[in-house]
Design a binder for this molecule. Structure first.
Ligand code: GDP
Length: 465
């Protein structure tokens, strides 16, 4: 291997029987996802030796030893044969809830962050519905407990003891909020309780009261995640982290000097700098050759050409940027597969089959749907099907002039509409949109988007009567 510091996470994987679990952090905007991830990363850096955590593209790997140092007495490393935890750390990109891997969700487990004062909000419910549909086990981080009136903070401490030491008033106020969250979980069909009363975290949802600011309760969250991962990963098939890799595209991005690149979470096998790969694209599978595998350089100066280190190989689970020719039409949410010693036609067929599984069936008449990833497009299509709204065309990507043209061909006024989930309107489509009779609906919460469209249809129908 010519490059050096690439695969610390992977070395740990090799030593142990189970692959690093992929953890997604989800929740409503402003409930504290970014702060929680920063706190976990920050404590990992200060607790562990320098370099103990590895920053990946779109993900952070925290090795078992570091998890155990952060969690104190709550995690005994000898109890686990997991290499650590890989946190997907692009929380702004909340549609990764819908990202898939072969046969299921990309994330093995999830943390749903709920602000204790704010309770359940639309994106909380949306995250839970997707987790339920994909059968992804999760824990709830009941965040911002430090804002409870009368709360006596205990920075970085485990929560159970801290909770019991609070004044009756403060604990009562927190309890009120916590039980509201537990009740709301039950309304969504989950049997939940405070985590120290839960026996089996794959059956019941544990609620961990914590503060991403004071870090109290973060040790408990890590301990629960480790316990849940250990049980869950054991149930998964054994994974060969050196075989031809499989992953999911998080994002398609232009990088100066490399052209179109894909940010990928590799969940199986390995990818090497000289591999031939197949990537899901707008018009079907793209067969190409890796030009470079890129990892972010720690503390890099902001000089574009110096931001990445080239690496020779990464092994699951890991986040990696792949530079290769022909990636312009790659789709976020689509599969990526390494061919290596496999039959090329088989791999192409596999990618085709996976794309076909997600492609949305369309009708002669209906609305145009655009979404940021393949998974969110599928979630949109499901939501529309439930309320019997037909789809004329459904695609991944920003709203382009072509979409306006297609939408305006609808015969019924109510169908002259574009529903955009988490996408922008390309500047060259703005004028066309203004001049057309097409109505645009844009939102980053699926059910709100569907509701807005339904209200528009209702109003139209009322106006016609
Ligand atoms: P995100 O949109 O879910 O990623 O939320 P952020 O992490 O950006 O947090 C939103 C706001 O809540 C920020 O101003 C944070 O400083 C604040 N915040 C997050 N966690 C906590 C917490 O545990 N306690 C307090 N008091 N504020 C918090």
């Amino acid at each position: 291997m010519s490059d050096t510091d690439a695969v610390e996470g992977a070395e740990a994987d090799e030593a142990d029987g189970l692959r690093t679990p992929i953890v997604a952090v989800l929740g409503h905007v402003d409930h504290g996802k970014t702060t929680l991830l920063d706190t976990i990363r920050g404590s990992a850096v200060s607790e562990g030796e320098a370099g103990a955590i590895t920053q990946h593209i779109g993900a952070t790997a925290v090795p078992l030893e570091t998890v155990s140092e952060m969690a104190g007495d709550l995690v005994d490393p000898t109890d686990f044969d997991l290499p650590g935890l890989l946190f997907i750390d692009t929380p702004g990109h909340h549609s990764f809830t819908t990202l898939r891997s072969r046969g299921g969700a990309l994330a093995d487990i999830a943390v749903v962050v709920v602000d204790v004062n704010d309770g359940f909000q639309p994106q909380t419910i949306e995250a839970l519905e997707i987790l339920q549909r994909t059968g992804t086990p999760f824990v709830v981080a009941a965040n911002k407990i430090d804002t409870t009136p009368g709360w006596n903070p205990n920075d970085g401490a485990p929560i159970q003891a801290t909770y019991e030491q609070q004044s009756e008033g403060a604990r009562g106020r927190l309890d009120e909020n916590l039980y509201e969250i537990i009740g709301d979980l039950s309304d969504e069909g989950f049997s939940a309780d405070l985590y120290w009363r839960v026996q089996n975290f794959t059956k019941n949802v544990g609620v961990v009261p914590l503060s991403a600011i004071t870090s109290e309760g973060v040790p408990d969250l890590l301990a629960v995640l480790m316990g849940l991962s250990q049980r869950y990963m054991k149930e998964q098939m054994a994974i060969d982290v050196t075989g031809p890799g499989a992953g999911t595209v998080l994002e398609v991005k232009d990088e100066r000097g490399f052209g179109a690149t894909v940010d990928v979470v590799l969940y199986d096998g390995s990818i090497r700098a000289d591999d031939e790969i197949v990537v899901g694209g707008v018009d079907g599978p793209i067969v190409t050759e890796v030009r470079a595998l890129l990892q972010p350089r720690p503390n890099a100066e902001i000089r574009v050409e110096k931001r990445f280190d080239k690496v020779d190989e990464v092994r699951a689970a890991a986040g990696i940027k792949v530079a290769a020719p022909e990636l312009d039409d790659a789709m976020a949410g689509a599969p990526i597969r390494v061919i290596r010693d496999r039959d090329r036609a088989d791999v192409i067929e596999e990618v085709e089959a996976e794309l076909a599984e997600i492609q949305v069936s369309t009708e002669e008449e209906g609305v145009v749907v655009k979404a940021d990833t393949l998974g969110s497009l599928e979630a949109m299509a499901n939501a529309l099907r439930e309320v019997e709204i037909p789809i004329l065309r459904a695609e991944v990507g920003d709203i382009a002039p072509r979409d306006v043209a297609v939408a305006s061909t609808a015969n019924e006024t109510k169908h002259k509409a574009i529903l955009g989930f988490n996408v922008d309107v390309l500047s060259n489509a703005e004028d066309e949109l203004d001049e057309s009779d097409v109505t645009l609906f844009a939102d980053d919460v699926i059910y709100q988007l569907v509701e807005e469209y339904e209200e528009f249809v209702d109003e139209l129908e009322r106006a016609q009567q």
